[in-house]
Design a protein around this ligand. Structure first.
Ligand code: ZN
Length: 395
């Protein structure tokens, strides 16, 4: 009895350790294991694939499809028989359209099974970066109060323009409706409108939130609240800076909204949302409340499409205000070497750290931006806006 008890315990340990072990046990037990069901594992449902993920062929991208299936089953992938090795199956397909449905079918002792995933081909992909700055409101208050002759008399916008002049950098500034101390967007004059428009090829404004406080304002808010705030800010941006300066939101304050808010955001023109997709105290956070599986995927990939809403999620690659100058390159460099993270650099920071009156003021904040932008520029990355085309490339 003792021996068999140990054997059984060992089996249970093995069985829970990995799916590959399960198929060795026998049909009755294996039916409870993962390999008893058909599953496409690569590519991931919603994956955005580019030349780094396969072989470019005439008019297409040839990629490998792999997964697991019951040991004895014959597996067909998009009409072609797959190779088998143990519980694994492998096949190749060629993507020729922007969107491709991959269908795997297996037939065997447990009957007919089917699993399908959809993927996108980022056909015109090239190394690119976008720079987004969150929590903006102080610079608008400053310009309105000082009544400068030019927008760029404000040191903040001047600093950004210097980076544009040096590197061709483009910026999206995600703004609040109010600073929370009496200044609101309707007080911002429209006399700079032509200056905004003249610079709209590299400087855009987008909604971020109604105000800095409270934190996580839309995490559990009805989508109608979020959309009402968005509309209020959008109306003001268009009033004082013109249509050309307006960008749909690319980051919502705290990166958290209810799933029910995604479609309404899509209807307001949102095509990409950036977040951290990072585990904080063991919980996936700043992830637009995406499920754990996709959050984990995004934590190590550039982007992922959510077909239900039509919005692609992008992982922020660096937060300049929390990355010291000497850590900028070591943070970005490994990404360039990873095919899953090398194509799109999502660079990011927050406005408040530029201001000497702010409690956590960073005197070297512009130096950090310069370092990040100079480095990606030297690596061949081009500045883009996410809302031009599909992830800033032609569709
Ligand atoms: Zn924010």
């Amino acid at each position: 009895m003792r021996e068999s008890a140990i054997t059984r315990r060992r089996f249970l340990q093995t069985a829970t350790a990995g799916s590959a072990a399960v198929v060795l046990i026998g049909p009755g037990l294996a039916s409870a294991g993962r390999a008893a069901s058909l599953s496409i594992e690569v590519p991931f449902h919603g994956a955005i694939l580019n030349r780094r993920h396969g072989e470019e062929v005439k008019g297409g991208l040839r990629i490998e499809v792999s997964g697991t299936a019951p040991l004895r089953d014959r597996v067909i992938v998009n009409g072609a028989p797959a190779r088998r090795a143990g519980a694994k199956f492998t096949s190749e397909i060629t993507l020729r359209e922007k969107e491709t449905q991959i269908v795997a079918v297996s037939n065997g002792i447990s009957g007919l099974q089917e699993h399908s995933v959809r993927v996108l081909w980022d056909r015109y992909s090239q190394p690119r970066y976008r720079f987004s700055i969150d929590d903006n409101s102080f610079f608008l208050r400053d310009i309105a109060q000082k009544d400068y002759p030019s927008l760029f008399d404000c040191f903040y916008l001047k600093g950004l323009r210097d980076l544009h002049t040096k590197y061709g950098a483009r910026f999206v500034l995600n703004i609040y409706y109010t600073t929370g101390d009496g200044f609101e967007l309707p007080q911002f004059p429209d006399r700079y409108k032509s200056e905004w428009q003249d610079n709209s090829d590299w400087l855009k404004l987008a909604f971020h939130a109604y105000a800095d406080k409270p934190a996580r304002p839309y995490q559990y808010a009805a989508y109608s609240q979020l959309i009402a705030d968005l509309d209020k800010v959008a109306e003001q941006i268009i009033r004082f800076a013109g249509e050309k300066t307006y960008s749909p939101p690319t980051v919502i304050h705290w990166g958290m909204v209810l799933p029910s808010a995604l479609k309404p955001l899509y209807e307001r023109g949102v095509r990409v949302l950036s977040g951290y997709f990072r585990r904080i105290n063991g919980i996936w956070d700043v992830n637009y409340m995406l499920d754990d599986v996709r959050s984990e995927y995004l934590s190590r990939h550039d982007a992922l499409m959510d077909f239900d809403s039509g919005i692609a999620f992008s992982r922020v690659d660096i937060v300049c205000n929390s990355t010291p100058v000497e850590r900028i390159i070591p943070t970005l460099e490994p990404l360039v070497k990873d095919p899953n993270q090398a194509e799109v650099m999502d660079l990011f920071t927050h406005e408040q750290y530029f201001w000497p009156f702010y409690s956590n003021y960073l005197p070297d904040h512009f130096k950090r931006l310069d370092m990040a932008i100079r480095w990606v520029t030297e690596q061949g990355y081009k500045p883009v806006f996410y809302h031009e085309g599909f992830l800033a490339k032609p569709e």
